[in-house]
Write a protein of this length. Structure first.
Ligand code: MG
Length: 225
């Protein structure tokens, strides 16, 4: 019985893969590095984000010394472009279904709470989530060198006394499948986000989906069959 759906934000609920690639390319060219394609972005994107930038050509020592500047510059380019991003197809339909069935929904993200809140309000999705589990502000740089959203979700689940098999983790990267597998949650991986389908398949998610809409049936099957 699914009682909580834990959604990743970037690339999962927000359709921003190309936007993130474009913002990354502005940073890369600013530092004299070669811009990447969307395919390369999907092949390389990883958390912590340091791993990703180094794979794109940053010298590790240079990155460590300049990580804050790189972070600020990315935000400067990314945030105005994110204001134009739409939700992934079927997001609203799925969220409406969960609300109607009184199934909880949270966002667990490596992004920043105020930035997510801003987009949720713009997209009129702010009433669908119990909580946003993410970095409290742009002054929190933890995502550069560590993975941190896993613990935030685990704490939330503990606080709400949920069993692992009552949780469905939905994400567009290897990270959310790894977290789900680690803790015994159901896992749904969505293609067309920040990772290639091949990378997602490697981790054998319970459900490999192409649109969020298909999770309505998935949740119905788990809860009522
Ligand atoms: Mg994502």
């Amino acid at each position: 019985m699914i009682k909580l759906v834990a959604f990743d934000w970037n690339g999962t609920l927000l359709s921003d893969s190309l936007t993130a690639t474009n913002a990354d390319n502005k940073v890369l060219t600013e530092f004299g590095l070669k811009p990447i394609t969307l395919q390369k972005f999907r092949e390389c994107f990883d958390m912590p984000i340091q791993k990703y930038w180094v794979s794109l050509g940053f010298d590790e020592k240079f990155f460590l010394a300049n990580s804050k500047t790189i972070h600020w510059n990315f935000n400067k380019y990314y945030e105005p472009m994110a204001d134009k991003c739409r939700t992934r197809a079927g997001a609203r339909e799925l969220l409406k279904y969960l609300k109607q069935e009184k199934i909880g929904a949270v966002i667990y993200s490596n992004h920043i709470i105020p930035a997510i809140e801003k987009q949720l309000k713009r997209l009129k999705l702010n009433n669908y989530f119990e909580q946003i589990l993410a970095r409290p502000s742009e002054h929190d740089f933890s995502h550069m060198h560590n993975r941190s959203k896993e613990q935030k979700l685990v704490d939330y689940i503990k606080k709400h006394k949920l069993k692992p098999e009552e949780v469905l983790s939905v994400g567009d990267t290897e990270e959310e499948i790894e977290i789900g597998k680690q803790h015994g949650f159901y896992t749904a991986a969505i293609t067309g986000g920040y990772n290639t389908a091949a990378r997602l398949k490697k981790h054998k998610p319970d459900f490999l989906i192409h649109t969020l809409r298909s999770l309505v049936t998935t949740v119905k099957n788990i809860n009522y069959l």
